[in-house]
Design a protein around this ligand. Structure first.
Ligand SMILES: [Fe+2]
Length: 226
């Protein structure tokens, strides 16, 4: 019989595959549209720490809280990642100061608001919040950076040595091991803590729902471009 963890792992992998297929269009975007993608994603990135902090101060499970706090701490190593992202964009000639960036789409605002409002309370909140962060904040962004990277190289000449933000995230966010197995990337750091919270079918459904919400939000963000 397939365990709850195996089934959740399979579900994640299926959605990750669909997400990757959805992003194939990135290679066909014109230069202006691709620039818009990067600037809109910058806004999403700036909401990352507030989202994680909201969860970190409410998580009851110590193991999960440690994971969330460790990832927040990583956000400032070797320096504030928002600063490093802007340095990459500046090098690419794309840096736009916040005050002058007015092209925020309705989709972006909706996704931002929904992600910051996802926070759950109640008996399964750790499980739901944890799975949401793992998929919305790590697993799917890992795929985004993987798909964006060839264009960043081709259009802007980034290399693993010159990029301080994009390359780092392409390498450190992705899922490399199955759910329940220990690992070092940000997606994988959640793996054992979350698997330890799934005990019955109610937990299973709560986790699945959080994964689905995370997937739908990220997927909706990308739909506007293709
Ligand atoms: Fe990450």
């Amino acid at each position: 019989m397939v365990s709850y963890i195996e089934s959740l792992n399979h579900h994640e992998t299926t959605l990750a595959g669909l997400f990757q297929e959805q992003l194939v269009g990135i290679s066909h975007l014109g230069r202006d549209s691709f620039t818009t993608v990067l600037l809109e994603k910058r806004v999403l990135s700036r909401a990352f720490v507030p989202l994680y902090r909201t969860v970190a101060c409410q998580v009851e499970n110590k193991r999960l809280r440690d994971v969330v706090e460790e990832i927040i701490a990583d956000e400032y190593r070797p320096d504030d990642h928002q600063k490093l992202l802007d340095e990459d964009l500046r090098m690419m000639g794309l840096y736009v100061p916040d005050a002058q960036y007015t092209a925020k789409s309705i989709t972006l605002s909706t996704v931002l608001k929904a992600s910051l409002n996802f926070y759950k309370r109640g008996p399964q909140s750790d499980l739901q919040n944890g799975f949401f962060l793992r998929v919305y904040g790590e697993l799917l962004p890992g795929i985004e950076y993987d798909v964006l990277w060839p264009r960043l190289v081709c259009d802007f000449g980034l290399t693993p040595d010159t990029s301080q933000f994009y390359w780092h995230h392409k390498v450190h966010d992705e899922k490399r091991v199955e759910l329940g197995v220990g690992g070092e990337t940000h997606t994988d750091k959640f793996s054992q803590a979350l698997a330890g919270l799934v005990h019955n079918r109610f937990d299973f459904h709560a986790a699945k729902q959080a994964i689905d919400t995370a997937y739908l939000l990220r997927s909706n963000f990308w739909k506007q471009f293709f």
